[in-house]
Structures are given as structure tokens and as C-alpha cells.
Design a protein around this ligand. Structure first.
Ligand code: GLN
Length: 199
């Protein structure tokens, strides 16, 4: 199993390390054609406007949409969650979506200045004990469509969700030693490979 980490901006090396400790082969992806031999893709955190711009400049938008159309799993963390969302809100109003793949409405920088970065332990559906979650100028999921399963909340707010082959979280699972969120994604990818093989 080979999982790519979109390497336009953000914590790429940390995601590669976490994927490896979750048992996958992981590679940095710089060009759209490199998506062809991947089984899954991680879109890391960083700054969503910048990642969106770079995705357009290097023709990743259409390539990732095609990747998703093949039901190949995609995991967006923090800014990666924002670029996957169909609806984006910020303090300046509604923004143009980027990949627009997941039926969620997100709010950028949703925690306000006092709580810009913090860490906490959160229960995630499908993971036995709480995971350490690092939030950095994090977005929140404000609304989800019918197909979306919310798998984690922080103080009643939605911070991680899954829609079929798409997984998102508003925190940074790559910044802790706990690789269970990556393991969750590796399992999703393994399942999708199995389904394909049995077709
Ligand atoms: N840590 C992050 O990825 C922050 C996301 C960033 N605040 C944005 O809106 O794009």
C-alpha cells in the first residue's frame, strides 16, 4: 500500500513519518502524475488559500478530483480539511471552494485569538481511547450533509468526519507521537483496496 502526502506546503515530513509508523509506505507528491500509482492521499495543514493557489497552479484540482472519483481515500487535516470542503466561511464571508469534494461547511480560524493553538484529548469514533489533538488556527465543521459521519467533537463542535472514502480532521494528528488517526486512514485505504480486488 502506497500513500502520498501532497507536498505543496505544510507538515509533509511529519505526515510521512506518522504514515510509516502506521504501517504504510509513504511518499511526498509534487506533481499530479505522481498520483497515478497511489492508493491513498493525505492533504496536510498549512494555509488553505496558499495550498488552493498552488493546487491550481500545478493542475492538482482536476487530478485530485479524478483520484477521488475512483473512490481512492483522501485524508485532509486542518487546511487540508478546508480545501476538501464544498462550503468555506471565514470572517470575511463566503469563500470560493477549492476541491469541493466533501459535503461539509467549514469555518476557517474558528477558535478566536485566545484559543489559536491548544492541545486536548478527544474521543474519536472507531479508536479505543482518546487521541491527543493539536489545534493550530484550526477550522470547525459547521454543517454536514446526510452522507457525512461525524467521528469526533470538541466541546460539542464537530472536528473530524468521514464521508465514504473521504476523512477530515481540524487538528494536526501528525504533530504527536500518536499515529492512530493515520492508522485509521491506513485501514480505510486497505479496505478500499480489498473492495477493489473483490470486484
Ligand atoms: N494549521 C492549519 O492548517 C491552519 C489552517 C489555516 N488557519 C487556514 O485557514 O487555512
Amino acid at each position: 500500500m502506497k500513500i502520498g502526502v501532497l507536498a505543496l506546503q505544510g507538515a509533509v515530513a511529519e505526515h510521512i513519518r506518522s504514515l510509516e509508523s502506521a504501517g504504510a509506505e509513504a511518499v511526498a507528491i509534487k506533481w499530479p502524475h505522481e498520483l497515478d500509482d497511489l492508493d491513498g492521499l493525505v492533504i496536510p495543514g498549512g494555509e488553505s488559500t496558499t495550498i488552493g493557489k498552488l493546487m491550481r497552479r500545478y493542475n492538482f484540482i482536476e487530478a485530485i478530483r479524478q483520484f477521488s472519483a475512483q473512490q481512492k481515500p483522501i485524508f485532509g487535516t486542518c487546511a487540508g480539511l478546508i480545501v476538501l470542503a464544498q462550503h468555506i466561511e471565514s470572517n470575511h464571508g463566503t469563500e470560493e471552494p477549492h476541491l469541493a469534494l466533501m459535503d461539509i461547511r467549514v469555518r476557517r480560524n474558528a477558535f478566536g485569538r485566545q484559543r489559536e493553538s491548544f492541545e486536548t484529548d478527544l474521543q474519536v469514533k472507531g479508536i479505543e481511547s482518546p487521541v491527543r489533538a493539536v489545534f493550530i488556527r484550526a477550522p470547525l465543521i459547521e454543517a454536514v450533509g446526510e452522507e457525512v459521519d461525524v467521528i469526533c467533537e470538541a466541546n460539542g463542535e464537530m472536528v473530524a468526519a468521514r464521508q465514504g472514502h473521504l476523512l477530515v480532521c481540524s487538528f494536526h494528528p501528525e504533530l504527536t507521537e500518536d499515529s492512530r488517526m493515520h492508522h485509521y486512514f491506513v485501514q480505510m485505504t486497505a479496505q478500499s483496496l480489498q473492495t477493489k480486488a473483490s470486484r
